[in-house]
Design a protein around this ligand. Structure first.
Ligand code: SAH
Length: 214
């Protein structure tokens, strides 16, 4: 990793604010250049703690939200992780760094142009695969997943994602209204699903069979 003062400054700030709490998540965010994932006009702000537009009306989450979700999820080396909402592929790249070298990230994006861009952005990352389709249905053929990361807001917990979570798996998913949600942290223990909620998060809507209508 080449030293990047703007990145170090941001990660130090996220640590002070306790969004970043573990060395594993910090190392994941240190391994990926956010500037390389966002469109050129946004690059100057890549290391500010702010969401950025990635085109087609979609946004990449602010770094504190990326850190917070990964702290809740705690992906570990060797795990299989499903992401719903690939966007530009940045969050998937950080997760891929955390589960490398033997883990696999499968990320699903419904907008074809974004799926294509995420695929290009993730081309150098061997353990990340981009799928084009409706991620609210999960990826039944590749299930179960140890970790599920949903980066768009659902009206309710999509049933297929609940079923595709491995025993002792963990999922983070924003659930609520079209513009404001609570972040659900779900842990599966056998046939029990335990749930905690962190209110007050804002994601673009999950649109699909088990989400909002287009
Ligand atoms: N994790 C992304 C940010 C995602 S923004 C990143 O790091 O860049 C949320 C994304 O979810 C948008 O690109 C949106 O098109 C996508 N999305 C919405 N509904 C979806 C669905 N049903 N399946 C897959 N992707 C969906």
């Amino acid at each position: 990793m080449s030293a990047n003062p703007a990145r170090t400054r941001l990660l130090d700030y996220l640590e002070r604010r306790e969004y970043l709490r573990t060395p594993a998540v910090r190392a994941g965010m240190e391994a990926v250049d956010r500037a390389a994932f966002v469109p050129q006009p946004q690059r100057y702000a890549a290391w500010d703690d702010t969401p950025l537009s990635i085109g087609r009306g979609q946004t990449i989450s602010a770094p504190h939200m990326v850190a917070m979700m990964l702290e809740e999820l705690q992906p570990r080396p060797g795990q299989r992780l499903l992401e719903v909402g690939a966007g530009c592929g940045y969050h998937a790249a950080v997760a891929a760094a955390m589960i490398a070298p033997n883990g696999e990230v499968h990320t699903v994006e419904r907008i074809p142009q974004l799926a294509q861009r995420a695929r290009a952005n993730l081309a150098g990352i061997a353990n990340a695969t981009v799928h084009h389709g409706d991620g609210s249905c999960g990826l039944p053929e590749l299930a179960p997943f140890d970790r599920i990361l949903v980066t768009c807001g659902a009206p309710r917990l999509p049933g297929p994602l609940r079923e595709q979570l491995a025993v002792r798996g963990r999922m983070v998913v924003p659930v609520g209204g079209r513009t404001l949600q609570a972040l659900l942290v779900i842990e599966r223990d056998g046939d029990e699903w335990r749930e905690e909620r962190r209110p007050g998060v804002a994601f673009v809507p999950l649109i699909g069979k088990h989400g909002y209508e287009d």
